[in-house]
Design a protein around this ligand. Structure first.
Ligand code: NAP
Length: 320
């Protein structure tokens, strides 16, 4: 079947003129540092300001050289910025918005990258002054690695980025955020925060929960030794361990902030799992075969639209 994902390091030439004068990024982990690297490399912003509360992270970011300026104070860091992107865990977005609010200039656009959208809209919007536009975003791209060293410029290339602008959002601001993500190689889709949260519950959040759970179950299974789990992991378990190595703070916040959608999907999942267990108990091969055949069709659909390649390592090496 054709694989349509573009080569991951094929970012194309930089823009002749930047989309934004000053870009401020708060939180320089995997996603924030990837946005900074991509914006730099593709000339999406005239100046990149990196903001992180941790002095050690600031020193590392300075050393990595993908920002023009590194600041510790959010309100000072966002001063004069045209686009501000919050790249902190979902639960930290509200407090960070409150801390930066006094520094925002009129007409600035605030965005984020949080994996949950309803809670981010609820927590961030009340802190933004009149005349500041809010266009939440979620790049559906990532690896299990964290921190400023883990980022790379091509992380978003060929990946979806979902925008969830609130009702009545300024159309020009939405278009500029769309241009920004498309400039980094993403394919943009727009939906409501509520729809985003249920879609991501089934495609990302519950799969991560299942991965964390199966790795935990294997670790606790007395009849199988730990060395056997590691030795025979190619039998399917290995892919779960990669997912279950994802950042614990990020995922704690995802589950605490997308509770309803996750519980709804998990309820359906448990019912289907019980039906599969029943089919195994009663030797219902027809049911099992039909169920597995349907899953295969979904996998083929994913390959067909070019979304089948996970980023386990920076493709083509790190790009700063
Ligand atoms: P990460 O590598 O762990 O980086 C998180 C950043 O947030 C770090 O710079 C960290 O600063 C900062 N931070 C943590 N707690 C904070 C707080 N209470 N106040 C201020 N700053 C804080 O995580 P990431 O993977 O880049 O994730 C960042 C965001 O992207 C999350 O909202 C996540 O949902 C979203 N996202 C992640 C992925 C993914 O696959 N990883 C994909 C799409 C979207 P310190 O290092 O100084 O603590």
């Amino acid at each position: 079947m054709a694989e349509t994902l573009p080569p991951a390091d094929d970012l194309g030439p930089p823009r002749e003129t930047p989309l934004f004068g000053r870009l401020a990024i708060i939180g320089l982990g995997l996603i924030g540092s990837s946005v900074a690297r991509a914006a730099r490399r593709l000339n999406l912003a005239g100046e990149v300001v990196a903001i992180d509360a941790d002095a050690d992270v600031r020193a590392r970011v300075s050393g990595l050289g993908f920002a023009d300026r590194v600041e510790g104070d959010a309100a000072i860091g966002v001063a004069g910025a045209d686009l501000i992107v919050l790249c902190v865990p979902v639960g930290a977005c509200g407090p960070v918005a409150q801390a930066m609010a006094a520094g925002l200039k009129a007409g600035a656009i605030v965005s984020d990258v949080g994996s949950v959208k309803g809670a981010v809209v609820r927590d961030v919007a009340p802190h933004l002054p009149e005349g500041v536009h809010f266009v939440p975003a979620h790049p559906v791209a990532g690896t299990e690695n964290s921190g400023p060293e883990a980022g790379f410029a091509s992380l978003f290339l060929g990946r979806w980025c979902i925008l969830t602008p609130p009702e009545g959002a300024d159309e020009a601001a939405v278009a500029r955020v769309q241009d920004f993500w498309e400039g980094m190689g993403s394919i943009v889709e727009i939906m409501t925060p509520q729809h985003h949260d249920i879609v991501l519950a089934i495609t990302s959040h519950v799969p991560h929960l299942i991965a964390y759970n199966i790795v935990g179950t294997a670790a606790d299974l007395e009849a199988v030794t730990r060395s056997e789990v590691i030795k025979f992991s190619a039998g399917g378990f290995r892919d779960f361990t990669r997912i279950a190595a994802s950042d614990p703070t990020m995922w704690r916040d995802v589950f605490l902030n997308n509770r309803e959608a996750v519980l709804e999907v998990l309820g359906r999942f448990n019912e289907d799992l019980a039906a599969l267990a029943r089919a195994i108990r009663w030797g219902d091969g027809t049911m099992l075969h039909e169920f597995f055949a349907r899953s295969r069709t979904i996998r083929r659909g994913i390959v067909q639209i070019g979304q089948s390649v996970p980023y386990t390592d920076p493709p083509g090496g790190k790009t700063s």
